[in-house]
Every structure is written in structure tokens, then in C-alpha cells.
Design a protein around this ligand. Structure first.
Ligand SMILES: N[C@@H](CCC(=O)N[C@@H](CS)C(=O)NCC(=O)O)C(=O)O
Length: 200
């Protein structure tokens, strides 16, 4: 892949954060080169929040001190699903990159919205609805399918960190099979750590 076509990409992250994990999965899946900066979110020293806020303000953003933040050359963006969409747009034009564009963009948007609007509770009707929908979609696609088509896409990058963190219904066979296949993919397995945060 030509490094001339894509400016250097830096992901400001924390290994335990599911939102930052979304962006790491997306970048890994495209094959785009990137570097990671681990942010010391809850202490002082190292690359701490004061430095993260400086990256945000240098990029023209009002500093929030939340990860993920992604820099692509001089461009600085945040919000995990926005970062994943931006990675997908880069992947569509960068020579040699694996595309993350979904075959079914409407379904991808719907799944990501359902995931982004889950209530902050370990169990909910909305979580159950998302798991059932994902299971039905995958069951209809057969054993090699992904959430929004026959190839890995933004939908997989955005949902996997959350699917990884919940108890899947025992009868959700397609979803269970999909998660097992995902764990065998380096783009996902490289982002899985022993100890992680829930998202609330
Ligand atoms: N809506 C944001 C959520 C990001 C988020 O909640 N990040 C957490 C870590 S998982 C964070 O940076 N928290 C900083 C803090 O709690 O001060 C996104 O999708 O990027």
C-alpha cells in the first residue's frame, strides 16, 4: 500500500475501551498503517488527558478528553462511529486497502444506531432486540456472512466490541457462530484484551 496516498493515522485509545476498539478493528481490517497512543485517562503522567485535549484543540475541536480520537494528518476527529465511517471512506480510495463499505448500507446504519442507543443497563429489551436482529440477519446469510453483507464492514467493526461483552442467547446459533469466526480474524482478535470495560 502506498503511504503517499494516506496521511499518517494516529489512534488515541485505551485498550479496555469498546468505542476505541471499534476504530482499532476498522483500521486493522483495512490494512491501513496506523499508530496507537495509549491515553492515561484517569491519572496524570504519560500521555494523559491534558495532552489528549491539546490534540483536540490543535485539530479545531472543543476539547472533551474522551477517547477515541483519531488524527489523519492534520485532520482530527472523534466519536467512534464517525471515526469508523472515516476509516471506511479512506479504505474505499487507498490503493491496496481492504474496503469496509457495507453491501447493505441501510442495514449497517440501523445496526450501528441500535448499538449506539442501547440503554446503560446490563440487560434491556433494546439489547435483546439488537441480538435477535443480528442473529436473524446472520442466519439468513449463511455460515460465511457478515452483519451487512458477504464481507466484513463498518457494521462488524462497530458491533463486535459490544457483542464480545454480552452473554449471547443460547439459541442464537448464527450469532454465536459469527462471534467464533470473528475471534479467528486477526483484525478482531488483535484488539481483544483480558480485561476490558463495559460501556457504562
Ligand atoms: N460516544 C463516544 C463514547 C466514548 C467513551 O465513552 N469513551 C470513554 C472510554 S470507553 C472515555 O473516554 N471516558 C473518559 C472519561 O470517562 O473521562 C464514542 O462513541 O466515541
Amino acid at each position: 500500500m502506498s503511504s503517499l496516498t494516506v496521511p499518517p493515522i494516529t489512534l488515541y485509545t485505551h485498550t479496555a475501551c469498546p468505542f476505541a476498539q471499534r476504530v482499532a478493528i476498522a483500521l486493522e481490517a483495512t490494512g491501513l498503517p496506523f499508530s496507537k497512543v495509549e491515553v492515561n485517562l484517569y491519572g496524570r503522567g504519560g500521555f494523559d488527558k491534558s495532552q489528549l485535549r491539546r490534540v483536540e484543540s490543535d485539530g479545531g475541536l472543543r476539547p472533551k478528553g474522551y477517547i477515541p480520537v483519531m488524527a489523519i494528518g492534520d485532520e482530527v476527529i472523534r466519536e467512534s462511529s464517525t471515526c469508523v465511517e472515516r476509516v471506511a471512506a479512506l479504505s474505499a480510495t487507498a490503493p491496496g486497502a481492504v474496503s469496509l463499505e457495507p453491501e447493505d448500507p441501510q442495514l449497517a446504519r440501523e445496526l450501528i444506531r441500535l448499538c449506539d442507543t442501547l440503554p446503560k443497563a446490563p440487560q434491556s429489551a433494546a439489547l435483546d432486540q439488537l441480538l435477535r436482529k443480528a442473529d436473524a440477519v446472520l442466519a439468513a446469510r449463511g455460515e460465511a456472512g457478515y452483519l451487512a453483507g458477504s464481507a466484513f464492514s463498518v457494521a462488524d467493526a462497530c458491533l463486535l466490541p459490544f457483542l464480545q461483552r454480552v452473554d449471547l442467547p443460547t439459541d442464537a446459533a448464527a450469532l454465536r457462530g459469527y462471534l467464533a469466526r470473528a475471534h479467528a480474524m486477526p483484525a478482531f482478535s488483535r484488539t481483544v484484551v483480558d480485561s476490558w470495560w463495559w460501556w457504562w
